[in-house]
Ligand binder design. Structure first.
Ligand code: NAP
Length: 246
């Protein structure tokens, strides 16, 4: 499904990003495995992709820094000849009630989750416009659709991802590039493992399908949107949330 394509996945050493990188490789793509701090985890993801017979390269870059993003795309172009698929997955949380949230907590989440995606969209957009094809998929969140107490910063960033997705879809559609988002619900990763037990129970009670999602649940939706099969879908947000958002 993705043979001959190069994918760049941000935050691909751990969690959902790792599952996306492995799934895209499973469908035939070569993968640039971006990480910020988790070098060993990223190298392990690379090893697993290479074991599948695909090419992969771990590239350190803090997506909140434009210079880092530029260096990462330059490396991708030099190594693989281009980027056909961008997956904006890197994300952090700094949860707090709005009345207690510091400017630093607000900025950290916006800088990584929203501005980081913007930098990568811009760089990928330039490459893809020239080739007149490409796929951009960004990871939003059910929190960006519904809002969530204690996450005013995160919800702003994830709602912003949806706005950027729709805008960029309009800008790039005439060049054969599709731009979509996936909004996960409650997924089993390090990000949710740190939640207090009471919060975990309360969130799970809101999931009609009655279970947490797996990183692979998200990765399959991303792989579909990244494929030629999704060629007539752009500017959309697919909620992969066990029905949480119904
Ligand atoms: P996770 O396990 O905490 O992993 C976060 C990933 O983001 C790591 O690979 C991390 O890389 C990377 N990252 C963080 N800051 C970065 C930066 N400045 N530059 C580059 N990479 C950076 O979280 P996850 O659950 O897999 O989340 C992945 C995405 O899904 C995020 O956008 C998150 O908001 C979204 N999401 C998750 C859930 C959920 O329930 N888990 C629900 C909705 C949406 P390093 O380890 O190298 O720093």
């Amino acid at each position: 499904m993705l043979t001959g394509k190069t994918a760049l996945v941000t935050g691909a050493g751990r969690g959902i990003g790792r599952a996306i990188a492995l799934t895209l490789a499973g469908y035939g793509a070569d993968v640039v495995v971006n990480y910020s701090g988790s070098k060993e985890a990223a190298e392990q993801t690379v090893g697993e992709i290479e074991a599948m017979g695909r090419k992969a390269l771990a590239v350190q870059a803090d997506v909140s820094l434009e210079e880092d993003c530029k260096r990462m795309f330059d490396t991708a172009v030099k190594t693989f000849g281009g980027v056909d698929i961008l997956v904006n997955n890197a994300g952090i949380t700094r949860d707090n009630l709005a009345v207690r949230m510091s400017e630093a907590e607000f900025d950290a989440v916006l800088d990584t989750n929203l501005k980081g995606a913007f930098f990568c969209m811009k760089l990928a957009g330039k490459l893809m416009m020239k080739k007149r094809r490409g796929r951009i998929v960004s990871i939003s969140s059910i929190s960006g659709v519904r809002g969530n107490a204690g996450q005013i910063n995160y919800c702003a960033a994830k709602a912003g991802i949806i706005g950027m997705t729709k805008s960029l879809a309009r800008e790039l559609s005439s060049r054969g590039v599709t731009v979509n988002a996936v909004a996960p619900g409650y997924i089993d990763t390090d990000m949710t493992a740190v939640l207090p037990e009471k919060v975990k129970e309360a969130v799970l009670a809101q999931v009609p399908l009655g279970r947490m999602g797996s990183p692979e649940d998200i990765a399959e939706a991303v792989a579909f949107l990244a494929s030629d099969k999704a060629g007539y879908i752009t500017g959309q947000v697919i909620q992969v949330d066990g029905g949480m958002g119904i």
